[in-house]
Design a protein around this ligand. Structure first.
Ligand code: NAP
Length: 248
């Protein structure tokens, strides 16, 4: 994928991984737009990344997604890259039944928004020359963590969806990438605050560097840290040939 001169929309780019990607892409000479629910966090992001364009919206709501897409089409008609990054992660005790599912809707934010944003933008992306969709999944989409059952299921869903999307778009100008982070310690995903660095973690900046390297090489599954080993363990040539046969 070319790394400059793009117009890039990153969902959930006001902080964490999305913001680290926004910083890298802006420095490389791209026009970058980020969205998020909290205006004050978007204002902070504008201060950190001069030239960043921001939009307040809740990506889990149909109406907000449509408002975002309309605004992008009107103001950034050259958009050629979509990064589906917004996500939330909740500890869920399945023994509590429905009570355990209260809180942010992980399915709407992590999975449905990724599918719907792609669907909304595919026609415009294909019309804008060389284009790309980057979906941020997770190492927990390969190996689920029982404490985060819904989150892990949504990330396995993002991985599966990304694979079929790549297959369906293979004859279009849109390249489809799966970004597979391991634990990223310095974001707010884990209960709203950063964690200590650990042997199994990387920083958002390190992940963003790995993503840029992977995009440069057109590596369609980009993992970092321990997630690289998990990805290579999950990669199976026999299953790949089943996939190819099934999707001839
Ligand atoms: N950190 C990790 O260890 C890790 C590991 C693997 C994968 N990931 C994935 O990486 C992505 C980014 O996570 P992160 O660690 O950077 O988390 P983060 O620091 O919590 O940032 C999440 C971003 O998404 C936005 N967001 C959340 N819900 C939204 C919604 N409904 N509508 C619009 N924006 C929304 C947040 O802004 P507002 O809250 O203001 O809306 C924020 O900008 C997620 O998909 C996550 O699952 C993270």
């Amino acid at each position: 994928m070319k790394l400059d001169g793009n117009t890039i929309l990153i969902t959930g780019g006001s902080m964490g991984i999305g913001l680290a990607l926004a910083e890298r892409f802006t420095k490389l000479g791209n026009t970058v737009i980020v969205c998020g629910r909290r205006e004050e966090r978007l204002k902070e992001a504008e201060r950190k990344v001069p030239g960043l364009n921001t939009f307040v919206c809740d990506i889990s709501k149909d109406e907000d997604r449509r408002r975002l897409v309309k605004w992008v089409k009107e103001n950034f008609p050259k958009i050629n890259v979509l990064v589906n990054n917004a996500g939330v992660q909740l500890k869920v005790d399945l023994r509590k039944g429905m009570e355990g599912l209260a809180g942010d809707n992980e399915i709407e934010i992590n999975l449905k928004a990724c599918i719907y944003m792609s669907a909304e933008l595919i026609p415009l992306l294909s019309a804008n020359g060389e284009a790309a969709i980057l979906n941020v999944s997770s190492g927990l989409g390969i190996v689920p963590m029982a404490m985060y059952p819904i989150y892990s299921a949504t990330k396995a869903g993002v991985r599966s969806y990304t694979k079929t999307l790549r297959h369906q778009l293979k004859d279009t100008p849109i390249k489809v990438f799966d970004i597979i982070p391991p634990l990223v310690h310095d974001t707010e995903l884990h209960g709203g605050r950063p964690m200590e660095r650990s042997a199994g973690s990387v920083s958002a900046a390190e992940l963003a560097d790995a993503v840029i390297e992977g995009l440069k090489e057109n590596r369609y599954e980009i993992a970092a840290g321990p997630a690289k080993n998990w990805l290579s363990m999950a990669s199976n040539t026999q299953l790949e040939s089943v996939f190819s046969n099934m999707n001839k």
